[in-house]
Design a protein around this ligand. Structure first.
Ligand code: FES
Ligand SMILES: [Fe+2]
Length: 340
């Protein structure tokens, strides 16, 4: 149980895009996914575009994700009722005339998009568009997917961890930070609507032989230039450079599975090392996210408290402060939501 406080407002987040699956995992079979405590079934319509319905057959509450896709319709596993993409039941095989379907026979349908190798869902009219990441749609860049990283915490804890500058040398020594240089350089956060913008040039670890994934081959102590866009509530676009032409982009988006569960999807683009097998970077991300998971799952409360008095913020925590302020200002957090 968490004590009272200000936490993510799941209802408000229905009107935001969230990732629910890698597009490549959505093929010719229905796929279950939970979003904001709501069970969903994902599938592809006849034209290949993603469809999302409530994962509860209106007849007896069976998970529709146990069913199959036939002729662009979703067929329930229990009694074979057929659903169209808009959630209407269009055939009930037990009836003499299977097409005489009562109007009440329908399930909720939601908006879905396929972009950047992910399936995105909004449970209500989205307030903001998906972020623009042209690099991930540029053929001269290579893309690698990592995750999903399923953690026992809320999506806000996972997002804050991804962009927490103070922890790199402590949790990822030698991989993402240099323990001999723990000071976080100064940076400023600019909040524009639902997007926080900030950049940092920070000490970097040297590229390791185990994980030669970065392009920091410059002489002297390595430095990484990172340009962030944090799109509220749970998506980060991070552009990395080392002063030359070589660039890397991270799209990190956390799926709010429930109030205290999340799954982080990572899409990485780069314009160098194009021939390197994706597994190298995936192994690296699995290591990093594994190191983070232990620490973040230990945090209490397991949800980010959006009340600024709830935790101790220092100057180098400016991102968390701006994030918490913006989440409150936009109504994406609210007082005292019970965990469900
Ligand atoms: S429970 Fe789905 S058809 Fe009966
Ligand atoms: Fe980390």
């Amino acid at each position: 149980m968490t004590p009272p406080g200000v936490f993510a407002n799941l209802r408000a987040q229905r009107a935001c895009w969230h990732p629910v699956a890698f597009a490549a995992d959505l093929a010719d079979r229905p796929l279950p996914a939970d979003l904001l405590g709501e069970p969903l079934v994902l599938w592809r319509g006849r034209d290949g575009s993603p469809r999302v319905l409530s994962d509860l057959c209106v007849h007896r509450g069976t998970a529709l994700s146990l069913g199959r896709i036939d002729g662009g319709e979703l067929v329930c596993a229990y009694h074979g009722w057929r659903y169209a993409a808009d959630g209407r039941c269009v055939a009930i095989p037990q009836l003499e005339n299977p097409e005489r379907v009562p109007a009440k026979a329908r399930v909720a349908a939601f908006a879905a998009r396929e972009r950047y190798g992910l399936i995105w869902v909004a449970l209500a009219e989205p307030r903001w568009p998906l972020p623009e990441v042209p690099e991930l749609e540029d053929r001269s860049w290579a893309t690698v997917l990592a995750g999903p990283y399923r953690w026992r915490c809320d999506a806000a804890r996972q997002v804050e961890n991804f962009t927490d500058f103070g922890h790199f040398p402590w949790v990822h020594p030698g991989l993402l930070g240099d323990p001999g240089r723990p000071v976080v350089p100064r940076y400023a956060v600019r909040t524009e609507g639902h997007v926080l913008h900030y950049s940092i040039v920070r000490p970097d670890a040297r590229n390791t032989d185990d994980f030669p994934v970065f392009a920091n081959e410059q002489p002297g102590p390595p430095e990484r230039r990172s340009r962030y866009e944090l799109h509220l509530p749970y998506t980060i676009v991070l552009r990395l450079g080392w002063g030359g032409e070589q660039g890397m982009v991270y799209l990190f988006a956390s799926q709010p599975i429930a109030a205290d569960r999340c799954a982080g999807f990572v899409v990485i683009g780069r314009n160098y090392n194009l021939q390197q097998p994706g597994q190298v970077i995936q192994d690296f991300e699995n290591t990093i996210f594994g190191q983070d998971q232990v620490v973040v799952e230990s945090q209490r409360p397991e949800r980010v408290p959006f009340d600024l008095a709830a935790e101790l913020h220092l100057k180098f925590d400016a991102v968390a402060v701006a994030y918490r302020k913006a989440m409150r200002a936009l109504g994406l957090s609210a007082s005292d939501q019970p965990v469900r």
